[in-house]
Design a protein around this ligand. Structure first.
Ligand SMILES: Nc1ncnc2c1ncn2[C@@H]1O[C@H](COP(=O)(O)OP(=O)(O)OP(=O)(O)O)[C@@H](O)[C@H]1O
Ligand SMILES: [Mg+2]
Length: 267
């Protein structure tokens, strides 16, 4: 279903133009990538393994440098910032990984407080000191994903779905301009996949945070996305609402010499 809160007049929060990424070994993983994200949009990125989905999220997050093009996040051109300024902007970009990336021996609440570290000076972060405001924000974030009751549990006592919810809460505690999620449900069973995707979609809509999700499962992408971006060999082949994605687009996106694989995407 189309997001009722995001429409033609919603502000553009992310603007990518002609983004290009060439790895140091000379491999061009992305070229001519251009798109915008509006407030509250929930966008799924699909494509075969090796298409460039993770590379794209890593470029947007500043984890790896772009080789060309421009990237504006919340009105700021990322590519011209100093390293220090990039760090400040990155603290407002939530990143969710397939493998959750929680600190196992810490409590759920401590893990979510890690999302507040970007707001602290070096010393208080080092000493693990968090203000009342930080704690309130972390508790609110846990409540948002129905995990408040596990605040005092150690992270390694949680199920996979619960861990991913805590990772979402940690991203939310960052008060993000943008959430990026790289295969956030790839390690989860179908029921938990549904719950975690539902949490991500609800947060995008209710907190107005544009969210980009790399995902392999096409049906899940179709169910939750406002919009789908299909990538093949580092280029965008489709960008539009789910209803416009045809079997011809899918054949292009998943084009392969392997006929068996190809037939999975016939409709
Ligand atoms: N550090 C690197 N150096 C050189 N090439 C790389 C590097 N990282 C990734 N690549 C290549 O860039 C291409 C895109 O990789 P990427 O990880 O972005 O794909 P993906 O779409 O996320 O795949 P998957 O669905 O398997 O996660 C692949 O061909 C990959 O081998
Ligand atoms: Mg990937």
């Amino acid at each position: 279903m189309q997001n009722p809160n995001s429409n033609e007049t919603s502000p553009v929060l992310v603007e990518i133009k002609d983004l290009r990424k060439v790895y140091p070994n000379g491999y061009e993983a992305l070229s001519n990538i251009s798109f915008t994200l509006k407030s509250g949009e929930f966008v799924c990125i699909i494509g075969r393994s090796g298409a460039g989905k993770s590379t794209l999220l890593r470029c947007i997050n500043g984890l790896i440098p772009l080789s060309g093009g421009s990237l504006r996040v919340n009105g700021t051109e990322f590519t011209t910032l100093s390293d220090q300024e990039k760090l400040l902007l990155r603290r407002r970009i939530g990143f969710i990984f397939q493998e959750f990336n929680l600190v196992d021996r810490l409590t759920v609440l401590r893990n979510v407080l890690i999302g507040r570290i970007g707001y602290k000076n070096d010393l208080s972060a080092m000493l693990g000191y968090f203000s009342q405001e930080d704690r309130e924000k972390a508790l609110w974030s846990l409540k948002r994903v129905n995990m408040l009751h596990r605040a005092k549990s150690r992270a390694d006592r949680l199920s996979g779905g619960e861990k991913q919810r805590v990772a979402i809460a940690r991203a939310l505690a960052q008060e993000p301009f943008l959430i990026l999620a790289d295969e956030p449900v790839a390690s989860l069973d179908p029921e938990l996949t549904w719950e975690v995707m539902n949490d991500l979609q609800t947060i995008a809509r209710e907190e107005n945070v544009p969210t980009l999700v790399n995902i392999h499962d096409l049906e899940t992408a179709r169910h939750f996305a406002d919009r789908i971006i299909g990538i093949a060999k580092g280029r965008i082949l489709f960008d539009g609402p789910v209803r416009d994605l045809t079997s011809d687009h899918l054949r292009e996106i998943y084009r392969s010499n392997d006929l068996q694989k190809k037939s999975r995407y016939e409709i």
